[in-house]
Design a protein around this ligand. Structure first.
Ligand code: BTN
Length: 267
């Protein structure tokens, strides 16, 4: 099936995006399996797509989350979109800096609405207090030792009022602030902020990005419960390695973990 047959395109216009490129080429789909899949297919099947292209969907019927989880979002009420970036300036070893930059962009866009309870939960979840507002699925396409392109899929719960029992600790801006928000306006703010951090990354301001990421990190320097290989323990997040591994201090011993190894408990 051709990528265009799987979805109805309802708009190709953009006028509230004030950045240089992120969101300037915006495609809004009525329905699609996953905006990440759609963007990936578009990349491989069509002429070169401009960096900053955004695919947004009203409904995703097979949204994908991290670690092979599904991403559920009530149709028309939430943000589900993917951004195309071409970070060929970034070495593969530094690809977690892109995760940091994107997380910070989303954070800064939402901070004026949500304030200090907003956090980035390692590696790239967006949290309000102990609840999950959204997350991202970043799929990097490599060429040699460099990143050719990155498909940044972002899901954020905006106007959804209720979540199924299985949705765990999900929340939405509507649940928090009791108000409905304009999805495109929030999308535009996110795109503008992502662009600003991405340009900082491109300009080599890696220390700024790494340090700022830590200041926004959920549970940083706080005692939290974790589980590794079925063993539960208390520890403190004391850092994140250049390559993105989480650094935890447990009884004055430092250990590093990847996402598959460690589970946060109580949230
Ligand atoms: C997670 O927290 O597990 C990541 C969720 C990422 C969901 C977004 S929604 C838009 C894009 N398309 C997908 O299929 N997934 C991402």
């Amino acid at each position: 099936m051709n990528v265009f047959e799987s979805s109805i395109i309802i708009t190709l216009q953009n006028n509230i995006f004030s950045g240089l490129f992120v969101g300037q080429n915006l495609l809004t789909l009525k329905e699609v399996d996953s905006t990440n899949n759609f963007l990936k297919n578009l990349l491989s099947n069509s002429k070169p797509l401009p960096e900053g292209t955004v695919i947004m969907a009203e409904t995703q019927f097979a949204g994908r989350g991290q670690q092979n989880n599904k991403w559920h979002a009530e149709p028309g009420k939430n943000l589900t979109f993917s951004v195309l970036l071409k970070p060929s300036f970034l070495a593969i070893a530094d690809q977690f800096d892109l995760t940091r930059a994107i997380s910070l962009g989303v954070y800064d866009a939402l901070y004026p609405l949500l304030g200090d309870q907003l956090k980035i939960k390692w590696p790239n979840d967006i949290y309000y207090g102990d609840k999950k507002l959204g997350g991202m699925l970043i799929e990097n396409l490599l060429q040699g030792n460099q990143l050719k392109s990155a498909i940044i899929g972002i899901g954020l719960n905006i106007n959804q009022e209720n979540f199924p029992d299985g949705a765990g600790n999900a929340t939405s801006i509507k649940q928090i602030l009791q108000k409905d928000y304009d999805l495109q306006a929030i999308l535009a703010d996110i795109c503008n902020n992502i662009e600003a951090y991405y340009l900082n990354l491109k300009a080599g301001k890696t220390d700024l990005i790494r340090n700022t990421y830590l200041t926004r990190l959920y549970g940083f320097n706080e005692i939290k419960r974790f589980k590794v290989s079925e063993v539960e323990f208390e520890g403190k997040i004391i850092g994140v390695k250049e390559n993105g591994l989480l650094v935890i201090n447990q009884n004055n011993k430092e250990s590093t973990y990847n996402l598959k190894e460690i589970k946060f408990l109580n949230n």
